[in-house]
Design a protein around this ligand. Structure first.
Ligand code: GFB
Length: 314
């Protein structure tokens, strides 16, 4: 169980996952959330993180901070993806250990699985094959964090949990059409096409890759379920939605959500990334947890958020 008075540090609380944690923890009555914006605390800076832990003494740390982005951002900024993530997670995991933090949640990524892993991907297939080249530096950083949590659990007896979420979406996502993930990128692109009466929208890649999408509030629900039930084994845990869809079908669904009725074409000069990446969720299924938001309603909520926050994003 987590105590409602625990000092919970949500690192990276301004992003997609961090905001979802803050929403839910506040709603559930957790009263001691510790939050720091980027301008107040640079998580890549070891000295700053040491000082922060000595002052704030969190009981629980949830690592939502990191450099994230879609397929284009990953292959355009590989150095930033590996450096920022290695620094942030190393500082947070090590200072958590030194500061006696009892529980920590670390997020790995499905891109850490081998490019051609058997589908659905089981946790034990991590580190059994080569990675998708477009996001290899990010994946290597994510695997390092997973191994760091496991090693600290082994050597120091900590309970640092690694969650491997499937592709996420929801409010507070990055709606940049170049650097964001496919759902926010397409929402913005298709909304723009609707507003400007464009006859056609070009979708990146062949449209044939399939992705499984999880609404971010469901991810938070799964994490709290695991923490509240004191489930712990020193292995990563996949979190998925069981909702797999091709990029082509997704583009149609987002067109309907947005109300765009023009033509969709596919730009095969843009990379596809991994052909498939659905996660096996047997571990959570057996514990009795399931995602509750279907893709159509999650897209509706995300589009609504986009419409209400466009002013901030543009
Ligand atoms: O969301 P996305 O960048 O994530 O792309 P990945 C998913 C698929 O959508 C790819 C296609 O096949 C893209 O070619 N796609 C079509 C688009 N239109 C768009 C668009 O407008 N924007 C984007 N971004 N894609 C990321 C990794 O891979 O997944 C990260 O690069 C991370 O490291 C994340 O692990 C979860 O699933 O391909």
């Amino acid at each position: 169980m987590i105590d409602y008075t625990s000092r919970i540090f949500v690192a990276g609380h301004t992003g997609l996952v961090g905001q979802a944690f803050v929403r839910r923890l506040k709603k559930d009555g957790y009263i001691n959330l510790i939050l720091r914006g980027h301008s107040e605390l640079d998580l890549t800076n070891q000295q700053d993180v040491i000082h922060f832990f000595s002052q704030e003494k969190p009981d629980i740390v949830i690592i939502c901070a990191g450099k994230v982005g879609g397929i284009y951002a990953n292959f355009t900024f590989p150095a930033e993806f590996i450096y920022d993530n290695l620094q942030i997670q190393t500082n947070l995991i090590h200072q958590s250990y030194l500061g006696g933090v009892k529980k920590l949640v670390y997020f790995c990524s499905t891109c850490a699985y081998p490019k051609y892993a058997d589908q659905p991907m089981v946790e034990k297939s991590l580190l059994t094959g080569s990675l998708e080249p477009t996001n290899e530096p990010y994946a290597v950083a994510k695997i390092a964090g997973l191994k760091m949590c496991q090693s600290y659990n082994c050597q120091y007896g900590t309970h640092y949990l690694t969650i491997v979420p499937t592709n996420l979406y929801g409010p507070y996502d990055n709606f940049d059409t170049q650097n964001g993930h496919v759902i926010p990128g397409m929402i913005r692109r298709l909304h723009h096409a609707k507003e400007n009466h464009l006859p056609e929208v070009s979708v990146w890649g062949s449209g044939t890759p399939k992705r499984e999408f999880l609404f971010v509030d469901d991810l938070v629900d799964a994490c709290l379920f695991i923490l509240q039930n004191n489930y712990f084994e020193n292995q990563p845990v996949n979190v998925g939605s069981q909702q797999e869809i091709s990029i082509k079908e997704l583009a149609s669904l987002i067109s309907q959500t947005v109300g765009y009725f023009g033509k969709l074409s596919f730009d095969t000069s843009k990379p596809d990334g991994m052909p498939l990446k659905k996660v096996d969720t047997s571990k959570l299924d057996n514990l009795g947890w399931r995602a509750s938001t279907n893709l159509a309603s999650g897209l509706g909520l995300t589009y609504e958020w986009f419409l209400n926050n466009r002013g901030v994003l543009l």
